[in-house]
Each structure stands twice: as C-alpha cells, then as structure tokens.
Design a protein around this ligand. Structure first.
Ligand code: F6R
Length: 240
C-alpha cells in the first residue's frame, strides 16, 4: 500500500485524476468507478481535462462498484444515474461501455453473477477508484464480508444506511445492494483509494495499520500489490 498525504481534498482529486489520466492515455482502459461523495471532485477534474486538455475516454470501458437493489436506472438516487450525472454524461465514454449492476433486475443474485462475468469478459479492471465507508467498507462490502467474495447481493448496515440517508431525503435507504466483492475488487490491476474528512479517520487507520481482517474490509488492500491511498489531512489524522 502506497499512502500519500495530501494537503487538501482538492489535492486528492488532482492526484487521483493524474493516475486516471496516465492510465487512460496509455491505451484502452477498463476503469472501475466508485460513486458517493468522495470521488466527485476527481470526476470534475477529469471532465475539465476532457474539455480543456482533450483527455478522451472514447476507448475506455467502465464498471461501477455497486447498485441499490430495487432502484431502476432512471431513479435519480440509483448509482447508474449518479455516475452519469457526476461523470459519464460529460465525457466521451461510450455509454454502451458504461456498466452498472441492474438494481431493478428480477433476480438480484443472478444479476450479481452476470455482472461478475461481464467484468471477467472485459479482461478485469485496470484501474479501480475507491472511497471508503466510515465502517471500513469498500464497495458495499460491510464488516464481516468474506475477503475473497465475488459480486454478490448484500445487506447494508444501519451505519451505512444512516451515512447515505443524505441522498434519500425523507425516503428510506434501500436495505440491499449488489456489490462487487472484495475478491473482485482485489483483482483490479491498480487501485486508487481516496479518503477525505475526519469521519473517515478511524476506518483509514484500521485499513492501513490494523490487521487484515473482515472487521475492516478495506484492510484486504494491504495484500494488493498496487494500491495507492490518497488521504487529505483529516482523514489521515489517526495514523501513527
Ligand atoms: C460507492 C461505494 C462506497 C463509497 C463509500 C464512501 O460506490 O461503493 O463504498 O465509496 O460509502 O462514500 P462517500 O464517498 O460518499 O463518503
């Protein structure tokens, strides 16, 4: 794990965008995209580079990490709608190569398996962008998830549903999701994990300095040969 301390969230975004830019400029790339709040400034920076510096995603393919079970793509809170709004609709990524698990699929377990196979058929993910939950989750692999799991249906913890209620207003946050597994994420050639804010400090400490344990799912990245962790100061504040 290569841990880089940045002065600000803006610096995290530029550093992450630099890594994505380098990979995309090298040739056809399979990108793994996180949703949620943390990567939004990175996506804004990539959109800026697309507009001002001709950074092209025309030869890229993208897979998002997860989706809420029961939310269809036109639901603005779905991760399909989110990644379109935050990133994909603003660059030249061909939308037929933007893949997200289908939250409205009648058989979510079969959909999870289809998604896992789709990632494998694309040759796996070249560069995976990740955020981290306050409880140490990556994707929606909550504490206790198998470290070798494949894309699967999972229940969200109360903590995660509370953390994400800001995106749902008065509506309840779905209880189930389809998520790439920890084993799936670990197969990415390169991983870039971003963390910003004091709320992530404990999870970051457990991920970087704790034992590799399902109690902190992100700790599995200690085994990954090419993981860069980009931290803003508050997120790094509990590291020794
Ligand atoms: C999102 C995802 C989650 C988030 C994590 C942090 O696709 O899989 O693991 O990365 O919940 O969310 P934010 O960035 O909103 O704090």
């Amino acid at each position: 794990m290569h841990v880089i301390l940045c002065d600000s969230a803006a610096e995290v975004a530029v550093a992450a965008a630099d890594l994505v830019t380098r990979r995309v400029r090298r040739g056809p790339a399979v990108l793994g995209l996180a949703t949620g709040g943390t990567p939004q400034p990175t996506y804004r920076e990539l959109i800026r580079r697309h507009r001002e510096k001709r950074l092209s995603f025309a030869r890229a393919t993208a897979f998002t990490l997860d989706e809420y079970v029961g939310l269809i793509p036109t639901d603005p809170r779905s991760y399909r709608a989110t990644i379109l709004r935050d990133f994909a609709a603003h660059v030249d990524l061909p939308l037929e190569r933007l893949h997200t698990p289908q939250g409205g699929a009648p058989d979510p377990a079969a959909e999870a398996q289809r998604y896992e196979e789709l990632i494998a058929a694309a040759g796996g993910v070249d560069l995976q962008i990740l955020g981290i939950g306050t409880n140490g989750h990556i994707g929606f692999n909550e504490p206790g998830s198998s470290l070798s799991s494949r894309t699967t249906v999972r229940a969200l913890t109360r903590q995660t549903r509370t953390d994400n209620s800001r995106f749902f207003g008065r509506d309840p946050v779905p209880r189930l999701c389809i998520t790439q597994g920890l084993g799936t994420i670990s197969r990415a050639q390169e991983v870039v994990l971003l963390a910003v804010g004091r709320g992530k400090a404990r999870a970051v400490r457990d991920m970087v300095e704790g034992p590799v344990s399902a109690r902190c799912p992100a700790s599995v990245l200690q085994f990954h040969p090419r993981t860069t962790v980009l931290l803003e100061q508050e997120a790094a504040s509990q590291l020794e």
